[in-house]
Design a protein around this ligand. Sequence first.
Ligand code: ADP
Ligand code: MG
Length: 245
Amino acid sequence: MMRVSYGKWTKHKLMSQDDLLIGYLPDTVYFTEETLWGMLEKHGKVMLKPCFGYQGLGVIQLSALENDHIELHKEYKKIILNGKEETYSYLKENHFSRKRPRYIVQQKIPLATINNNPFDLRVMVQRKRNSLEWVITGKLAKLAANNYVITNAAKAILSLEEAVQRSTLNNEQTNNIVTELDQVSLIVAEQLAKSYPNIRAYGIDLGIDQEGKIWIIEANLSPSIFMFKLLKDGSYETIRCYQKG
Ligand SMILES: Nc1ncnc2c1ncn2[C@@H]1O[C@H](COP(=O)(O)OP(=O)(O)O)[C@@H](O)[C@H]1O
Ligand SMILES: [Mg+2]
């Protein structure tokens, strides 16, 4: 059997084949110069993400400003460029490492915040070696460091409950959010498992926007688990147990 790519674009396409998941996926296209400007026009803010990136490396936020100015936000740095041409040359010179850069362009989700810093969630879904049953083994929130749009450079790792409580979200918006997160995460694992039969652990990044709507940001196939150790809620031990089993 041919190995299915582990890239972000492939995983997006696989998830979008599921009728329920489609409603949770941000508008996403494969990057070309043309699709980038199309998406920026449509959404005003987009994320440019390397298909084979990790830990937020190379993730850039682009925002359309007045008079064709475009703001690039990478790590804690912002720069404003004048027009599409200048922006594209800048990206080519400073960011794209190869001739044909492999990126996706994704609608920016206005993530819920705590003290103005966005946060998102990581849900671990695992199965044991000889089982087909997917189980949620850990959940946490990653709070972005000051001035970052990515949460990989985390200022803090929090429990989902604490994050929601300290955020701008109100009770009405977060009613049933745990049930819905669990349901979406399990379906992501089941859907991707059709194409990645040997994968036993998914680390799913999910966002909650400022209205309380859940979004799938990405699904990791070899998720690191150290963040769960920091949480000290027993999930790290559960995750290790599933890794071994
Ligand atoms: N569409 C988006 N809207 C808002 N924030 C995003 C979006 N995509 C990514 N991010 C932020 O950037 C981080 C890194 O992006 P992600 O897709 O998880 O790539 P990586 O594989 O580098 O972790 C996410 O955890 C999230 O904080
Ligand atoms: Mg991620």
